[in-house]
Write a protein that binds this ligand. Structure first.
Ligand code: ATP
Length: 467
């Protein structure tokens, strides 16, 4: 279990100095689960910073990053990030998840850990090297796939409410069950999440989203009441309204199914976010019309407009990733609408123009959006999508629309007709783009140039060399 050379180096060193030392936490858990690991947490009864410096001296030529405020130090050695920390005892105050810390024993340190599976330690001391120190029977919980807190769950979650998010994240990543008392304690302490920073929360939420089956985490977030607090827009997707015997589907369960479907096919966090938000405009746009039943007209557009505010509040990055999510939410109905009508070249060209390089992701998400239980319907949709994909390929080969650049620039238009920047230039440019998308002309310079001359004539413009 402790094959990495760092363990022998540390073991020799602490033996010489008469210190007590362990490897603890996530590394031990992941080794036992046979999961790949990149981090090693070393626990010393004494100063972590001093030990790190001594280890670095022994290895030679490695940099030690010291975090004085936390009393920890970190170095990189043979593909591993090794963190050194002194054992501590913690006591918590009501308004902060930052505890008062004092030096402690191994047992004190294990008591303050979040879960039994994260509290196990291997001894690095010579006489007991490799022995597992597991006071809370974490090994059994690991086997039984259970998330349990070492001490009273109410206290553990109230002390540091981030642990509620961590419990749900580990349950999702590892496909474990959260033990009942813990689950209840999370529900009872849900409002304590307000003392955790948005950055910490989103960090955990993104790990849930990146898991193999993210729906597990979203069900738990919903069930414990945390979802309503951290992501109220998403909570609003839950529920079914019935009128005159007509019900709509539950958009919460639909969405997390779509998310799982996307997760099965792509590791792209932002594509997963797009799946998560694709129907976010539905609660706002829900109407009941006696003839048609439940409708959500414009939920694609309204949903895309909600993306920015959600990203800002959740402290997600506001740059290109956000724009990408906005775009996919806005376009998510287009391939479906397209495949229901006759699939015309111009409609395909327009979709390609608007989606650009994100067309493949959009198609993947739209296929994942088919969650109907009616097999015939699913088959019909998938056949139609195949047709859309075929057309997309054909158009792509004929006309390079994906990264559309106008073949005749505004500058050429201005030079040709002796114009400055004015409305006519925009009108002609737009007419050329429309003609290409409608398939009236091909996407090349000569055809676009001739079209420009024709359009200019209609507008009463003359070439500058004719003046
Ligand atoms: P991952 O690397 O997947 O995030 P990890 O368990 O290694 O998992 P870290 O955040 O690196 O996560 O934490 C290392 C160890 O520190 C944990 O295994 C746990 O023992 C302890 N720990 C981390 N955060 C907390 C917390 N909020 N409360 C109590 N113990 C914690």
């Amino acid at each position: 279990m402790l094959k990495h050379p760092i363990f022998k180096i540390i073991s020799d060193l602490v033996e010489k100095k008469g210190l007590e030392c362990y490897v603890i936490g996530g590394f031990v858990r992941d080794v036992l689960l046979k999961r790949p690991t990149k981090d090693i947490d070393i626990l010393i009864i004494g100063s972590g910073i001093e030990l790190a410096k001594n280890v670095a001296k022994r290895i030679g030529n490695v940099k030690v990053n010291v975090f004085k405020n936390f009393g920890t130090a970190m170095l990189h050695y043979k593909d591993m990030e090794v963190e050194f920390v002194g054992a501590r005892k913690e006591s918590y105050r009501k308004n902060s998840r930052k505890p008062v810390v004092e030096d402690g024993t191994l047992a004190d340190d294990q008591n303050r850990r979040d879960f039994t599976i994260n509290s196990m330690a291997y001894s690095l001391n010579k006489p007991t090297f490799g022995d597992l120190v597991d006071p809370f029977n974490g090994i059994k919980d690991l086997k039984d796939k259970i998330i349990r807190t070492p001490l009273d769950p109410n206290r553990t979650y109230s002390d540091d409410p981030l642990r509620m998010m961590r419990a749900i994240r580990f349950a999702t990543e590892l496909n474990f069950k959260i033990e009942n008392e813990s689950l209840q304690a999370i529900a009872e302490n849900k409002n304590r999440i307000s003392i955790v920073s948005a950055e910490r929360i989103i960090d955990e939420l993104n790990k849930v989203i990146l898991a193999h089956k993210p729906s597990v985490g979203f069900r738990l977030l919903e069930q414990t009441g945390l979802l309503e607090i951290i992501f109220p827009e998403f909570q609003k997707l839950k529920g079914v309204d019935v009128k005159e015997d007509k019900a709509h589907k539950d958009n919460f369960f639909h969405t997390i199914k779509v998310l799982d479907n996307v997760a099965g096919r792509s590791d792209n966090l932002w594509l997963r976010w797009a799946a998560l938000l694709h129907d976010i405009g539905k609660p706002t746009t829900k109407r009941y019309e006696p003839e048609t039943g439940w409708t959500f007209h414009g939920h694609d557009y309204i949903g895309s407009k909600m993306v920015k505010g959600i990203f800002r509040r959740l402290k997600l990055p506001m740059g290109n990733n956000m724009k990408y999510v906005e775009k996919l939410v806005k376009l998510h109905l287009r391939p479906i609408v397209l495949s229901q009508d006759e699939v015309t070249d111009s409609a395909v060209r327009r979709l390609l123009f608007e989606a650009g390089n994100d067309i493949d992701d959009l198609m993947l998400m739209c296929e994942a959006d088919i969650t109907s239980k009616n097999d015939a319907k699913v088959k019909q949709y998938l056949t139609n999508f195949k047709l859309v994909r075929k057309k997309l390929k054909e158009i792509e080969e004929k006309d390079a629309i994906r990264n559309f650049q106008p073949p005749v620039s505004g500058k050429i238009i201005m030079n040709t007709f002796g114009l400055g920047p004015c409305q006519e230039v925009g009108v002609i440019k737009n007419a050329i783009k429309e003609a290409i998308l409608e398939g009236e002309i091909h996407n090349n310079y000569d055809e676009a140039y001739n079209f420009m001359l024709k359009k200019a004539r209609e507008l009463g413009l003359r070439k500058s060399d004719e003046n």
